[in-house]
Design a protein around this ligand. Sequence first.
Ligand code: MG
Length: 159
Amino acid sequence: MQRIGLGFDSHRFAPGRALVLGGVRIAGEQGLAGHSDGDAVLHALTDAILGALAAGDIGEHFPDTDPRWAGADSRVFLAEAIRLARERTMRVVNCDVTVVTERPRLSPHKDAMAARIAELLAVPAKCVSIKAKTAEQMGAIGRGEGLAVLAAVLLTDAA
Ligand code: MG
């Protein structure tokens, strides 16, 4: 059996926070507001896996009212989604991530992000796609108030 999942997340930029995207810290850029480390890429991926499993959403598994997740490393959330997939004897085949933001330019960071995500998902790096788009200066994202991420994943029966 194969199952597809779609995830979305958006966060505002916030002063005094480190920018972490796809598990990679990007120096010299404004970070993202959030109860956890604000890693919208890992949040969207987590939701995509949960979606493929029809297992609810990240907010149900990790409520932002729970002090345990204050400042949490978002890799914890993704690891839990992967654990749930394994529990159902499923594994990730590939993922495709689109980050919509005016800044930073992601091209210098895409390889590191893909490598980190591949490691977390236990897939080859060639099975992780990271794409970056701007919002063409339209709307809140276009004004640089925050960023948004879309993620799709395919799960299959673990061999
Ligand atoms: Mg989030």
